[in-house]
Design a protein around this ligand. Structure first.
Ligand SMILES: [Fe+2]
Ligand SMILES: [Fe+2]
Length: 351
């Protein structure tokens, strides 16, 4: 590609482009102002000569186009860019670029955007020069940066998938020990996610809640299996042992670097709004919102399914129970969202 050289300064009208410091400097390079009186001219002219060569040495693309898409100037770095965008032997850019140049000249507005050109990606700025009827194009190749970002995103997603698989394996480990609560954590996760969605939580936060709910009873790994499956009423000491499971669960997961407060969800899922819960007797908003939602889902699933010490109470009774607990033990908004889902919106509890 033969790059056209910029025309001599005498052929252009003195003008100032709108809104671009770089553009101002381009014109200043081509049309140096006389040195102020009393200053030696040698030094500024030397600086100007050095700067005038800047586009020639720049790794970024510098072009000057007329409104028809003819290339009036292209620096050496522009050769590959012009070839990639389909310029006619470097003399004329294709129709879409010519159209952008024409629009920029007509509007007089500087326009910047990210563009895919060939297999590359560029930050492109079109800066019109009012009065002179041409537009400067500055393009920075950001292909490598975008590829690195895509690779980092993919690695992050891969890591998250393996984290989810590990969490699912941990959940299965808990439920293997207690056939009565088999599937409990998965069902609680599904209910909690639905409640959070109804309450309008952000998708990323809901994802964390789903993960936390999936392992909320992981501390039961440390509870003797005979206590988990014991029919009838539990003795005070047995109850105290079972009530250790939020603390034990927190101990198990607290060092895993989740991007959500999963360990706190596990720790707080038996806290109650009036401070009567365990292990720390937290109240109201001291309890993480995710844990408050989790508590509602946990109670609904616990009451509506069969347990070792009692048969299933059914969905209607479970809903009556959370209504009774609303505000005092369970978060009022989470209860309301759950009731709306099940009574008005046809949400069906997972089997
Ligand atoms: Fe629990
Ligand atoms: Fe539970």
């Amino acid at each position: 590609m033969q790059a056209a050289a910029p025309g001599p300064a005498s052929e252009r009208q003195p003008s100032r482009p709108a809104g671009s410091a770089l553009l101002v400097s381009m014109d200043d390079l081509c049309e140096p102002n006389p040195a102020p009186q009393g200053r030696p001219q040698e030094a500024p002219q030397q600086e100007i000569r050095m700067l005038a060569g800047a586009p020639e040495r720049s790794p970024n693309i510098v072009l000057r186009l007329d409104p028809c898409g003819s290339v009036l100037y292209a620096n050496p770095a522009a050769a590959a860019f012009l070839a990639a965008c389909g310029a006619d032997e470097g003399r004329r850019v294709p129709a879409p670029w010519a159209e952008m140049a024409r629009e920029a000249c007509e509007s007089g507005m500087v326009r910047s955007e990210e563009m895919a050109v060939g297999s590359g990606c560029y930050d492109v700025t079109l800066a019109p020069v009012p009065g002179d009827g041409y537009v400067h194009v500055y393009a920075v190749d950001i292909t490598r940066r975008r590829r690195a970002e895509a690779a980092a995103r993919e690695a992050g997603q891969k890591l998250l998938r393996s984290l989810e698989q590990t969490v699912a394996a941990l959940a299965r480990a808990v439920e293997k020990r207690d056939p009565y609560t088999s599937g409990h954590q998965q069902r609680v996760a599904a209910i909690a996610v639905a409640i959070a969605g109804e309450m309008g939580l952000a998708p990323h936060r809901i994802e964390g809640l789903r993960l936390g709910a999936t392992i909320h009873d992981i501390g039961k790994l440390h509870t003797p299996a005979e206590l988990l499956t014991k029919p009838g009423k539990l003795m005070a000491l047995e109850l105290a042992w079972i009530r250790q499971h939020p603390l034990t669960g927190h101990e198990i997961v607290k060092d895993i670097d989740f991007p959500w407060p999963v360990a706190q969800m596990v720790l707080q899922h038996h806290e109650r709004m009036d401070g009567s819960g365990y292990p720390h007797g937290l109240q109201g908003e001291e309890i993480l919102l995710e844990a408050r939602i989790l508590a509602v889902a946990d109670v609904v699933d616990g009451l509506s399914t069969h347990r070792a010490h009692r048969p299933a109470l059914g969905v209607a009774a479970a809903l009556q129970e959370i209504e009774r607990m609303r505000g005092r033990w369970l978060d009022a908004q989470a209860v309301d969202a759950c009731l709306r889902l099940l009574r008005e919106q046809g949400f069906v509890l997972p089997a």
